[in-house]
Design a protein. Structure first.
Length: 423
């Protein structure tokens, strides 16, 4: 019978997985577990619906271009000392300012809380003094993580939930965004118009973007309506006739009138949230409870907190090199295309240390019996050939091949040497 010549991978069992030059060059944003999109090498982070930004830009820029090209030209001569030129300049500069606010809102970390590599220790985190009263523990008596914990905010008890995805207890006012798949600090909502979560680090820019867009709509609406009124006065005609003489002005009046109801209403609603120190998520979720808001510090303090407090630094360094810890080692190996079965981390390498471990003699005997059985099945169904087809090796699990390679490298034996001795 012909012996199966198993190809041995060029792998040193004493070498860490993270010593791979390709793996060591991976950065955090390349193995990020959320649904975010990154640009410029991890310098910009967007949500998965980043394409909606282009629709938002079109809805802002095109009306401004129409206004500057058609409407404002007829208004320049209506003001003395060339002040009419300011109509175009102010509109263009205000539009650039709004676009900058849009990218400051959508292209930065909204306040993502890094995931834990492992669940917290129940003995350390399950303090009986701050557990939720509605948790009765595990029925079999084993220690497990409670779904909620209680913390005190300004003398009021607030429940915080445990996030199964991020393996952490969410801080107060934190929530897990199902779209971005991240826990976001001071989570307000996920805005599809900016393609990003709105949280602690970009809420200020979001409000400035919405309120500035409202003022731009009012600006274009006022001058477009003034242009129609000027035509009505000059030609002594009605509104419909003025609309036919300047259809762009009429379209902009209708467009901005509808937009003002949307962005203006959104601005008013968020002003109410700012004055009462609420988030959109809290307002829609807890307003029916009738409980007092523990975060309301008064009108003036709430405004200072939103507009004049220092924006905290991001808790994530998306351009950092992935370290050789348990989670990143496993994630890196998967990113490099190495297929591993669920049993492999226990036998092939240690997840906690990222180092290869030796394979026991008993395990290797089991592997030999499995490989022999596979060889018998192959020899009974296929004709004898000096060179086996490459597909024959696919019957053997990649895990078995890697374990066999580890044992052979440690004991100085290879399958090829055994074949030569048998001949």
């Amino acid at each position: 019978m012909y012996a199966i010549l198993m190809p041995l991978p060029l792998f040193d069992p004493n070498r860490s997985i993270m010593d791979d030059p390709d793996a060591s060059s991976l950065r955090v944003y390349q193995v990020w577990k959320g649904s975010n999109r990154f640009c410029l090498g991890g310098r910009l982070i967007f949500g998965p619906d980043v394409r909606s930004i282009f629709l938002t830009l079109i809805m802002i820029v095109i009306p401004v271009i129409l206004f500057c090209a058609f409407v404002s030209q007829s208004l320049i001569n209506e003001f003395q000392h060339h002040l009419g030129i300011l109509i175009v300049v102010v509109c263009a500069a205000f539009t650039v300012y709004i676009i900058i606010l849009l990218f400051l809102t959508s292209g930065r970390d909204p306040g993502i809380i890094p995931r834990n590599l492992h669940p917290p220790n129940p003995e350390d985190d399950c303090d009986s003094s701050n557990l939720s009263a509605d948790w009765a523990g595990n029925q079999n008596g084993a220690r497990s993580l409670p779904p909620m914990k209680e913390v005190t905010i300004n003398g009021k008890v607030v429940k915080v939930k445990y996030c199964q995805t991020c393996m952490l207890y969410r801080p107060p006012r934190c929530s897990h965004c199902s779209i971005c798949n991240n826990c976001v600090e001071h989570f307000d909502h996920h805005c599809p118009w900016v393609g990003q979560c709105i949280g602690k680090r970009n809420y200020r820019f979001f409000f400035m973007f919405v309120s500035s867009t409202s003022m731009l709509c009012l600006y274009v609406f006022a001058f477009s309506w003034f242009n129609l009124w000027k035509i009505m006065y000059a030609y002594h005609c009605n509104l419909w006739s003025a609309f036919l003489k300047s259809p762009v002005s009429g379209i902009l009046v209708l467009y901005t009138f509808i937009a003002i109801w949307f962005v203006g209403g959104l601005t008013t609603f968020h002003l109410y949230l700012i004055f009462t120190n609420q988030t959109t998520y809290e307002n829609f979720r807890y307003r029916s409870d009738g409980k007092m808001n523990p975060y309301n510090r008064g009108f003036s303090h709430n405004i200072v907190e939103i507009f004049f407090s220092k924006i905290p630094r991001s808790k994530n360094n998306f351009r950092a090199i992935v370290k050789g810890d348990s989670s990143s080692a496993f994630t890196t190996s998967m990113a490099l295309g190495r297929t591993m079965s669920p049993e492999m981390p226990n036998k092939s390498f240690d997840i906690e240390t990222g180092k290869r471990q030796a394979v026991g003699t008993e395990d290797f005997e089991d592997l030999q019996s499995q490989m022999k059985s596979v060889g018998l099945e192959r020899s009974g169904t296929q004709p004898r050939r000096a060179n086996w087809d490459h597909k024959a090796n696919l019957e053997i699990s990649p895990d078995i091949q890697m374990l066999a390679a580890d044992y052979a490298m440690e004991h100085g034996l290879t399958s090829r040497q055994k074949t030569h001795e048998g001949n």
